[in-house]
Design a protein around this ligand. Structure first.
Ligand code: UD1
Ligand code: UDP
Length: 380
């Protein structure tokens, strides 16, 4: 009997990190019946990823609403997943990370009696308010999950400290590295032509130091984003030898302050969110990355790019400990000071920019699929 696998996700980063896992499961059609369900908590930003990785979902709940709130989103996911779970009756439901889709899907899968597999399990800041609501989301998923796929030993240790059975936690590396390596190879291939990358080639000023910026965290909405924009403006004004490119997240709570405060500054380009290959291309071209993103903190060390993280806490201590990532919070002065140091001081820059891979070697998906293959099927 084939094992029935349902892979559920809803946002851009989940899609990027689940895409190579879907491809890996699909390599074994005799052993697995694999179906993909998207909640579409994100819409355009999710569709960009599906298109690049050539994934056609079997179920599309199409739930995104403009400026959606957590109450409606959570309940919509729970209610809409019921019929998917009843129709497909999966043995295993795979969720990823810490979004509202992750948390609500885990609860729905728990009600259905399926085994819950959590990819990127065990990341913790130990502060339920930061990141909000992600720390709560991953803790809830951790409680109901049957199998935890942790990216690093540190994340496994978090789960063991919470009392998880050692046999239920597997260290695999992060699937984002599988996605990154696949994308770098595809983007650098001779036959890869992409209109967005051609547009970026015209945007990037090769004689300037490129600072790539992204941001979206809920706890930074409001004053946090105002402080971030003030810092970026000051960096741009004081460093005419640098160029800031900022693909702005589609959340209206991000779009509004960013466009109000940064539009029209000569060496700052505000652009729409980029498709994954274009973003990878731009990361490779950048001198420095300033972000509050989780995924970018994991990708940048593999590309040897220093990162200033606009957060006070991180659940990804590995890159901070090794020195490629510095936490700068949303303090205008601190962001400005750390960026200035990296722009002016070659030695400080080279200390932070070296290639290393604390998050995996690109074989995480193979290891996850092998693990599921080796489990004896128990009735649902
Ligand atoms: C969500 C996740 C966050 C993850 C981030 C990745 C939650 C609570 N938050 O945050 O953990 O790090 O995605 O980017 O799960 N929008 C669009 N088009 C899109 C995507 C978003 O217009 O393709 C706009 C919509 O108005 C939407 C709003 O952004 O209502 C917020 O989206 P939502 O998924 O609730 O929050 P994010 O801030 O994107
Ligand atoms: N990313 C992208 N296009 C962009 C910005 C980011 O494809 O314009 C990718 C990035 O490479 C990373 C992921 O999106 O893999 C991070 O997503 P986000 O910052 O939205 O979420 P987080 O990782 O913080 O949950």
């Amino acid at each position: 009997m084939k094992k029935k696998i349902l892979i559920v996700f809803g946002t851009r980063p989940e899609a990027i990190k689940m895409a190579p896992l879907i491809r890996e499961f699909q390599k074994h059609p005799n052993e697995f019946e694999t179906k993909v369900c998207i909640t579409a908590q994100h819409r355009e930003m999710l569709d960009q990823v599906l298109s690049f990785f050539e994934i056609i979902p079997d179920f599309d709940l199409d739930l995104m609403k403009p400026n959606q709130n957590l109450y409606n989103l959570t309940s919509d996911i729970l209610i809409n997943l019921k019929s998917v779970l009843e129709e497909f009756t999966p043995h295993y439901v795979f969720v990823h990370g810490d979004t509202t889709t992750t948390m609500a899907t885990s609860i729905a899968a728990f009600y259905s009696g399926a085994k819950i597999c959590h990819v990127e399990a065990g990341l913790r800041t130990h502060n339920l308010q930061s990141p909000f609501p992600e720390e709560m989301n991953r803790c809830v998923t951790g409680v109901v999950a049957d199998i935890h796929f942790s990216p690093t030993q540190a994340s496994k240790n978090n789960l063991l400290k919470e009392g998880k059975d050692e046999g239920s936690v597997n260290v695999t590396g992060n699937t984002v590295i599988d996605a990154l390596l696949y994308s770098v190879e595809k983007v650098n291939g001779n036959d890869f032509i992409d209109a967005e990358i051609e547009f970026l080639k015209k945007c990037v000023e090769v004689d300037k130091k490129l600072i790539l910026v992204t941001g979206h965290r809920r706890e930074n909405h409001g004053d946090g984003f105002i402080n971030i924009c003030k810092a970026l403006k000051q960096i741009a004004e004081d460093h005419k030898d640098c160029q800031i490119i900022y693909p702005v997240h589609l959340n209206p709570n991000v779009q509004k302050p960013v466009y109000e405060l940064l539009e029209g500054i000569n060496n700052i380009q505000l652009i729409a969110p980029l498709s994954y290959p274009s973003f990878v291309w731009l990361m490779e071209k950048s001198y420095l990355i300033i972000t509050d993103s989780g995924g970018i903190q994991e990708e940048a060390p593999s590309l040897g790019k220093p990162v200033l993280v606009m957060r006070d806490t991180t659940e990804r201590p590995e890159a901070v400990e090794s020195g490629t990532v510095v936490l700068v919070g949303t303090d205008t002065e601190k962001i400005y000071h750390e960026a200035q140091k990296l722009l002016n001081d070659n030695e400080a820059y080279h200390k932070m920019s070296f290639l290393h891979n604390p998050y995996g070697d690109g074989k995480a998906c193979r290891s996850i699929v092998k693990h599921i293959k080796n489990i004896e099927l128990t009735p649902v």
